[in-house]
Design a protein around this ligand. Structure first.
Ligand code: ACO
Length: 329
């Protein structure tokens, strides 16, 4: 286990303090770390970055689907989509709460999102152009999210791990509703099937990018895995996702847009084409198709809500003043 004792700055075990060694030993015994317990500053910062980014993704992730609520083809589909988008808001809130236990305020996290200092998942910078995209988002995007988040149920930080347990239950409903839409479209009229294929064509590679850069370019994986903040590497999860999803595409009668996709008997998985990493980094820099629109919508929502936050704060202050006046009597 001591092989795992690596610090983010690359210092060796010999350079670790006794607290850091004791902390790593707790991680190695799969003990959960709870909010008020001692933790290295790097562990706290990594969690704030990852949980904050995850929370932002849930919140920004409402936008591409929210865009379709008024245009869902039936009342039932509208109800399902509305429930799903509300779930995503709830996921964002649990995750902001988990981040707050690390000593960061929600206002600060939002400020950092709005200023572009903190990221959200690259996938939400792609547009949702047709109803079939609602199917593909549920099937592929929520499918990729589950692949990443099921192992995070075992992550070392207690509040994050517990939030993940609830979130994963809801995500599996999201994935299934997406696949149900794809089944309907793929088995519908030729125009509907074409729409389903087009959605798969556009969302396949952006979904593969959700797992992050390839392992050789992943900055945080080694330290995050040593601390069991992350349980798998980016490439491991991407491979599992491809292996799980290709048969589902075949069942739909759709073609994964990768001419080099091939089952590799020896490795027991598919060989597949990597996403275009230049595109990925462009999206991260703010140059994706919808970055400005997405961030603009979040900043506008924040500004539009200012009067409500101010009213709630004034009300809370008044109540507190009344309580202390009564207590002083
Ligand atoms: N979108 C945006 N940024 C990304 C993405 C992505 N898909 N993948 C990696 N990055 C960023 C990382 O945040 C990091 O940048 P930073 O140092 O400025 O924060 C950089 O690219 C390098 O990547 P890694 O070193 O591999 O980063 P990390 O170890 O954090 O791994 C991962 C990235 C896999 C996304 C991890 O943070 C994670 O598991 N997060 C929790 C799950 C999550 O956020 N899911 C959102 C999905 S959508 C949803 O659930 C609704």
């Amino acid at each position: 286990m001591y092989a795992q004792l690596v610090k983010s700055e690359g210092t060796s075990r010999e350079e670790m303090s006794p607290e850091e060694i004791a902390f790593q030993e707790r991680i190695d015994r799969n003990e959960k770390i709870e909010p008020k317990e001692w933790m290295p500053e790097g562990y706290r910062k990594t969690l704030i970055r990852q949980i904050g980014q995850h929370a932002h993704s849930e919140i920004v992730g409402q936008l591409p689907e929210g865009n379709w609520i008024t245009r869902a083809p039936t009342l039932e589909r509208k109800q399902i989509l509305l429930a799903k988008v509300q779930d995503e808001a709830g996921h964002g809130l649990y995750l902001y709460c988990a981040a707050e236990t690390l000593g960061v305020s929600r206002d600060e996290l939002l400020e950092r999102l709005h200023s572009g200092d903190m990221k959200y998942s690259s996938i939400f910078n792609y547009p949702t152009l047709t109803w079939a995209d609602m199917g593909a988002v549920g099937w592929l995007v929520d499918g990729a999210a589950i692949m990443n988040q099921v192992p995070l149920q075992r992550t070392s930080y207690g509040p994050y791990s517990r939030a993940m347990i609830r979130i994963c239950k809801e995500e599996s409903f999201h994935q299934r509703q997406g696949y149900a839409i794809m089944m309907k479209m793929a088995n519908g009229t030729p125009a509907q099937k074409k729409m389903a294929q087009d959605a798969l064509n556009r969302l396949w590679y952006p979904s593969l990018m959700m797992f992050g850069p390839s392992d050789k370019d992943s900055v945080h994986s080694a330290q995050s895995m040593a601390w069991k903040i992350k349980m798998n590497t980016n490439d491991e999860l991407r491979q599992k996702f491809v292996d799980q999803t290709v048969p589902q595409a075949e069942y739909l009668g759709l073609t994964v847009p990768d001419p080099d996709l091939k089952w590799n008997e020896e490795k027991g998985g598919y060989d597949f084409t990597e996403p275009d990493w230049d595109e990925f980094y462009q999206v991260l820099k703010g140059n994706g198709p919808c970055n400005k629109e997405r961030l603009g919508a979040r900043v506008k929502a924040w500004e539009d809500g200012a009067w409500y936050r101010e009213a709630m704060t004034a009300h809370a202050k008044k109540k507190a003043a009344r309580r202390s006046a009564v207590a002083a009597e």
